[in-house]
Design a protein around this ligand. Sequence first.
Ligand code: NAD
Length: 284
Amino acid sequence: MADIKQIAVIGAGQMGNGIAEVSLSAGYSVYLMDQSKDMLDRGVAKIEHNWNKLISKGRITEQEKSTKLANLITTTTLEAVCDVDLVIEAVVESKQIKEELFARLDALAPSATILASNTSSLPITALAAVTNRADRVIGMHFMNPVPVMKLVEVIRGLGTSDETYQTVLEVSKKLGKKSVEVNDFPGFISNRILMPMINEAIYAVYEGVANAEAIDDVMKLGMNHPMGPLELADFIGLDTCLSIMETLYEGFADSKYRPCPLLKKYVSAGWLGRKSNRGFYDYR
Ligand code: NAD
């Protein structure tokens, strides 16, 4: 099993900054890279905000916060981050962008480096195929918000080695997460089950069965879900939800996964949920 000391997180959006936060808290040295300086600044501000809340509750000290922050390096340059033991990619849910990134990572990182993806649905085997290290490519699907949610789906591509799998299990454990082993099929387990439910809730709005609040109330008060499906869709990001539905639809060629036209309309309008202040709810 490889000894992981340094982790690079690529993408500082809602998932990337959460992965960086839990990695720092577990004692790893972390490089956080994003193509956008603004997203990097926002990502670090979010991490500090979460730690300040823990300080105010007496759960960590100022000194502990400073020690963790001293282990964080941020950059907009991919070349600066590749000399690490483990890369966790968390950029937008686009097959093309992730494949281009994995090809670059493969060229830049030492041959022993494990390349993991936090993709919600895209095939790990296809990401591995653009590299020359299919045995060291794996899925590490964290849940949102990362510091709070306990699960990591660990997805084995067709060529992922047992050693890579065991190493990633160990890292997940050190991050305080429970991992489940999943084979590489579209949407894995979590989004194969969750996303069709969200899509069906969107169809219910589209067909005028009920409004968003009513649908969310049914699922919260009637089924004991902590969040309604439309609230959750806004939280995940409607662009991410659409990408996942498209992956399921394409991957299984089954009409039951057809993305709702209303979801497509919202995304094309730039209504992406919380991150754009507008989705099924208005956050302005
Ligand atoms: P986000 O939109 O909040 O952040 C994406 C970040 O990637 C942005 O900061 C963007 O600047 C950056 N980026 C885009 N292309 C890049 C590139 N080529 N190089 C460097 N940075 C780049 O998205 P998110 O919600 O954090 O999702 C990230 C990944 O995590 C996606 O694959 C998504 O499917 C997955 N995921 C999301 C959730 C969720 O609930 N949102 C849950 C689990 C997994």
